[in-house]
Ligand binder design. Structure first.
Ligand code: SF4
Length: 320
């Protein structure tokens, strides 16, 4: 891995949630996560809805404050710097949202949407902003005549391209892409992933690429982290995680990926039941309530992280 641009250290985030009858419970969204993203590296972060991956993405950008732990961007701890310093850092860290319909203000023209980060961070004069916006649209595959139009005049894929142009406007070095293709038609998903891959190469960007499907991050990520109920249960170089998955949850997610060749046999390891509530994290291994391989210690003792070598880490008693 290259020099780190982002280092997440023992990060925890707990929310208070109302459970009715005036009672509250603690929902553990992120539970002791360590993760590093190198300069120019793409780390895929994969897990089911409710596993805490979007919360981790927002913590990584300083959009949420952690309950404990640290996030270093470069050498700066964004969990302890003041609001002004964090605002200034934000031009280097951007987000692409999941929903291209909700994330663009319908009352703003594309020109104003794309140049908004330039205005907020005072990065260019009026004329330069217009030129910069036109060149950004070109970069994401849209014509400059889109500048005068409104979001509702575009398809989902085109809106996501506008969202990407906005994220690139302040020339960031790190981007959190929070399920950027999951709201799009399958036919458009590949186009947007290819576009992000091209931009990443061209601009040397670092990405935390969040998805609920291992297939989506397959060709775009250098490393993949698999998250379950607030913890990263497996982390490995991308080719390694697809060829040698070592956590039963990763195996189950991989078994869920559609196979293009119908003659190819696929191991079906179905996930049992739903992901437990983050207000009731199971004791021992948090995956034991759904794991087809669970054995004696799994419901009592939480597994430790095992280093399998070659940058491959897993949290499972089978590998300990
Ligand atoms: Fe399954 Fe046990 Fe491994 Fe957890 S520790 S994933 S329950 S085998």
């Amino acid at each position: 891995m290259t020099e780190p641009i982002l280092q997440i250290e023992n990060l925890h985030k707990t929310f208070s949630v109302k459970t009715g009858f005036g009672k509250t419970a603690h929902a553990v969204a992120v539970d002791g996560v360590d993760l590093t993203v190198g300069k120019g590296e793409v780390v895929g972060l994969v897990g089911e809805s409710g596993c805490g991956k979007s919360t981790l993405g927002r913590l990584a950008l300083g959009l949420l404050s952690p309950t404990s732990g640290r996030v270093l961007f470069g050498s700066q701890d964004i969990t302890s710097i003041g609001k002004k310093a964090l605002r200034s850092l934000r031009k280097d860290m951007q987000i692409i949202f999941q929903d291209p319909f909700a994330s663009l203000n319908p009352r703003m023209r594309v020109r104003d949407i794309v140049t908004e980060p330039l205005v907020i961070h005072k990065l260019a004069g009026q004329r330069d902003q217009e030129q910069h916006a036109a060149s950004l649209l070109e970069k994401v595959g849209l014509n400059a005549d889109a500048l005068a139009r409104y979001p509702h005049e575009f398809s989902g894929g085109q809106r996501q391209r506008i969202g990407i142009a906005r994220a690139l406007a302040s020339r960031p070095s790190f981007i959190v892409a929070d399920e950027p293709v999951s709201a799009l038609d399958v036919s458009v998903q590949a186009q947007i992933i290819n576009l992000l891959g091209d931009l990443q190469q061209e601009m040397g960007l670092s990405f935390l690429f969040i998805a609920h499907d291992l297939n989506v991050v397959r060709y775009f990520s250098d490393r993949v982290a698999v998250m379950y109920l607030g913890r990263i249960v497996e982390l490995a170089p991308a080719d390694e995680i697809y060829s040698r998955p070592s956590h039963p949850y990763t195996e189950a997610l991989l078994a869920d990926i559609p196979v293009a060749d119908p003659t190819m046999k696929k191991k079906h390891i179905l996930l049992k039941g739903d992901i437990p509530s983050p207000t009731q994290i199971p004791q021992g291994c948090r995956f034991h309530t759904r794991c087809i391989h669970r054995f004696e210690p799994c419901d009592k003792v939480a597994p430790k992280i095992t280093d399998l070598g070659n940058g491959h880490f897993v949290e499972c008693h089978l590998r300990g």
